[in-house]
Design a protein around this ligand. Structure first.
Ligand code: AVJ
Length: 320
């Protein structure tokens, strides 16, 4: 549909929603107990995450935006203009706006699992970039995916910002990158933001801020289970804990029980000892070389990397 709002085509691959109840019962039945970070992002959680990205301690968002602003033209030069730009997860609109302005792709393909968020942000971008061709795809990019792009629009580039790659554990991260390489095809490029290893005095406050926004984000997971599954977590009896596990090179977030207690989730009862945690998130940090080794093992050539002056965050161009 053409018009002042530009052209937005919506393609619904009808991703099957994951089963919250089954996964929660499974995760809380394990030892140590765990819940997947994908469950953070209900409406409240998404709002809290937006607030996190603005926190003084949370450097990744503003550092990556700084790199894109400073080096956007060089990045566009390197990637090549007038191609198909795929965005894996339609997240921060500011980052994609910087890239779209520099890259001016023939076709922009945002992929997101949230239909409402996808459509709203695609329409907002269509208004901002009149004449930009947009094909918004509702799909789960963390699972195998073939894009139904009707015609051959040309070579593909993908954008995966925010160090979202950091949520993948080692067994899955290579398989994910291999799937992206297949999606891009020969000659395709992946522009990916990767948070770097740094001193824990910088890392830990980024995940345990003074205002308690990250604590609220973590605890909202329990509130969500109360709301959606009728669980009876007492949020006063759990506390947020974040630490840098240097051996595993990851930030870990936990929800730690402050006493011995039982919690009921859809009829099943789970025991907690005092100090027992639920592992809710891992956020892996890489060295530039370590990430390049991983990318090569997934079939990419590492062509360029851009970083900020402090060397806190990296944006890589990988080629299939
Ligand atoms: C969205 C996974 C990139 O790991 O920094 C931020 C999520 N969790 N604060 C990150 C997050 C707590 C974020 N990622």
């Amino acid at each position: 549909e053409y018009g002042t709002e530009g052209r937005v085509r919506f393609i619904d691959l009808q991703p099957r929603p994951d089963d919250l109840r089954a996964e929660v019962l499974q995760g809380l039945g394990q030892s140590p107990k765990r819940l997947a970070p994908k469950w953070f992002y209900d409406q409240t959680g998404s709002r809290l995450f937006d607030a996190i990205t603005q926190l003084p301690e949370y450097y990744p968002t503003r550092t990556e935006i700084g790199i894109l602003r400073r080096d956007g033209e060089a990045i566009a030069e390197h990637l090549g203009r007038g191609k198909v730009l795929i965005e894996l997860g339609s997240g921060s609109s500011l980052k994609i706006q910087i890239l779209l302005a520099a890259l001016r792709p023939r076709l922009y393909v945002p992929i997101d699992i949230s239909r409402d968020h996808l459509i709203a942000s695609a329409q907002a971008l269509a208004r901002r970039f009149p004449g930009l061709e947009i094909q918004a795809v509702c799909a789960d990019y963390s699972k195998p995916l073939a894009l139904p792009l009707e015609t051959d629009w040309g070579e593909r580039a993908a954008f995966f910002p925010g160090s979202s790659i950091g949520n993948f554990d080692p067994p899955e991260v290579r398989a994910f990158l291999q799937r992206v390489a297949r999606l891009l095809g020969p000659g395709g490029a992946l522009l990916i933001g990767v948070d770097l290893i740094k001193d824990r005095t910088i890392l830990e406050p980024a995940y345990d801020d003074a205002q308690g926004v990250t604590a609220a984000f973590n605890l909202n997971l329990l509130a969500r289970l109360n709301r959606e599954l009728g669980a009876d977590f007492d949020l006063e009896r759990f506390r947020h804990h974040a630490l840098f596990n240097a051996e595993a090179s990851r930030i870990e977030m936990h929800l730690v029980s402050t006493c011995t207690q039982q919690v009921q989730v859809t009829g099943e009862v789970f025991d907690f000892t005092e100090g027992e945690g639920i592992h809710t998130e891992s956020s892996y940090k890489y060295s530039i070389q370590g990430f390049q080794r991983l990318a090569r093992s997934a079939g990419f050539v590492c062509e360029r990397v851009w970083t900020d002056e402090q060397g806190w965050f990296s944006v890589h161009c990988l080629r299939v």
